[in-house]
Each structure stands twice: as C-alpha cells, then as structure tokens.
Design a protein around this ligand. Structure first.
Ligand code: ZN
Length: 113
C-alpha cells in the first residue's frame, strides 16, 4: 500500500515511495499504540486465564489436586475458558490451562490430571 503521508501524524512524506512514517518517533508511537490496542482487547480473557491458572497452581501446590464445585465457584474459577481441550480415557474431556490439565467428575468437582 502506498501513502504519501505519515500514517501516524499525517505529515507529508518525501523520499522513498514505500515509506509509511515521517520519523522514528512516529514509527514507535504507531507500533506502541497498536500493541496497546491488542493488549487491551486481550486483557479480559487473559485476566480470566491468569486467575484460573493461579487457582490450579494453588490446588497443585497444596497437594490437594481437586476442588468441588462450590469451592470453584467461591474461588471464581471460570470453567468457560481454557487453553486446550482433548478427549481423554472413557471419552472424558480433559482441559488445559497452560501447563495444568484437569477434568471434571460427574459431581462437578475438578481434578488435576
Ligand atoms: Zn509522522
């Protein structure tokens, strides 16, 4: 795409026709704002996954590799979000949140696997 003005500040561009920015300052400002925009769009889901990950880490650390449905609710564990899901033995679904994997029992308890 060709442009004859800086895509950050709109200043006219001179020189090479493939230039997009009038200065390194405008280039950095543009890329920083793109980065912030992406980060802010990802933030709500990232926050949920981070909380789930922390909860799973605490369950792991205590050696009590399970939590019942009520405890999960109190901890604000969000079962809607995970980073991967696969079929385990007996057709049970195994979920992952980054490095932790877990499944749910019939009563809704979570068990680390
Ligand atoms: Zn500029």
């Amino acid at each position: 795409m060709m442009s004859n003005s800086c895509i950050e500040c709109g200043a006219p561009l001179t020189g090479r026709s493939d230039k997009k920015f009038c200065s390194d300052y405008c280039r950095a400002t543009y890329h920083n704002s793109q980065y912030r925009r992406v980060a802010s769009e990802q933030a709500p889901v990232a926050r949920i996954l981070r909380r789930n990950f922390d909860i799973l880490g605490k369950l792991y650390a205590t050696g009590r590799h399970r939590a019942d449905r009520e405890s999960l609710r109190k901890l604000d564990f969000n079962t809607e979000y995970f980073t991967a899901a696969r079929k385990g033995p007996f057709g049970r679904r195994i979920y992952s949140c980054y490095t932790y994997s877990y499944r749910f029992t019939l009563s809704g308890s979570l068990r680390l696997v």
